[in-house]
Design a protein around this ligand. Sequence first.
Ligand code: ARG
Length: 400
Amino acid sequence: MSEMKKMVVLAYSGGLDTSVAIRWLKDTYGYQVVALSLDLGETPDAKALEKKALISGAEAVVIKDAKDEFVSEFIKPALWANALYQKEYPLATALARPLIAKHLVATAREFGAEAVAHGCTGKGNDQVRFDVAVASLAPDLTVVAPVREWAWTRAQEIAYADVHGIPVPATLENPYSVDANLWGRSVEGGVLEDPWVEPPAACYAWTAGPGAWPVGGEEITIGFEEGVPVQLNGEPMALKTLIVAVGETAGRHGIGRIDLIEDRLVGIKSREVYEAPAAVTLIAAHRAAEALTLPKDLLQHKAGIEEVLSQSVYNGLWFSPLTQSLLAYLKETQQAVTAEVRLRLQAGKATVVGRRSPCSLYRSDLATYGEGDTFDATAAVGFIKIWGLPLKAVASAHGR
Ligand code: ARG
């Protein structure tokens, strides 16, 4: 029997950090490295990625299409929660991390690896999300974070790459750090680090800027079934396909640009730019569907849950009992959220302009000021008397 080698599964993107990490893991810890890459919507060139990982020293390369799982297990519940961190960021990056962690663990089990690794720095949220997710799923696995450990400057890293014949991508010219998947694109670094500087046009890739917006805008209709978008303009569509289609359309109208001073879990404020045309449009539509079909008390209670879920996702607690319980709650809330929503996409905004539903709680006969009114206005008098009773008591106690 040949000597057993220590093995690590690395979340591999093909960028400089994780390419250098392969070699560094071998040299520093004597690991054999399995490079794992997930396709979450930013389709990597699988052949090129595999070649690059092998040149960089990987023992094996695993490339998986996890788009369907990402959509059904992560994006869908996030939409049910109308999940936005700080009321603005649709959490694309944050949602992907637990899924990547899950596949790191599964691949580690397949290969009998004792460790997993990721390319996060020591300043961000993503290291927390990976480390905590892996600890939740497989507490026996070691997590190695080469970039956090080596703490090199960019120049030192490139020098290490040169010495070891690791391909340095031409995209190093790109001054931004970008992470993208089906739900959105996150951009940070470069001139964005100055919060006074307007994001340059070059940091956007999915959305048109002012001046390039189609004149007159465009109207779209989203059909929801139990909270899930299932139709675009009357055409039935798988959610994955619908997200891409809505993203392209809304992106043409400049929808979904977000410029945020963000409070990271690790205590620092950072400046983040996001593009999330599909998420922003679908959340607006979903809110409108809920407003029509859910009762007032549930909507109000759910708003609190939405905030807790958003925080839990952002803070890397996906696999916690709390998050998993919230997901069950959210699913339950969606039973009646079957509706169609019309949106006008124009000049950087998605505006809801119409909604209808077989489960609508809107009653014309109660709401109307015209013909066919069935609301008993005489009953309002007694209702108001009792509703205002406590305030009358306060008034008399205060001698008014
Ligand atoms: N700040 C965001 C988050 O914590 C996005 C991080 C994106 N990472 C990147 N390399 N641009 O979810």
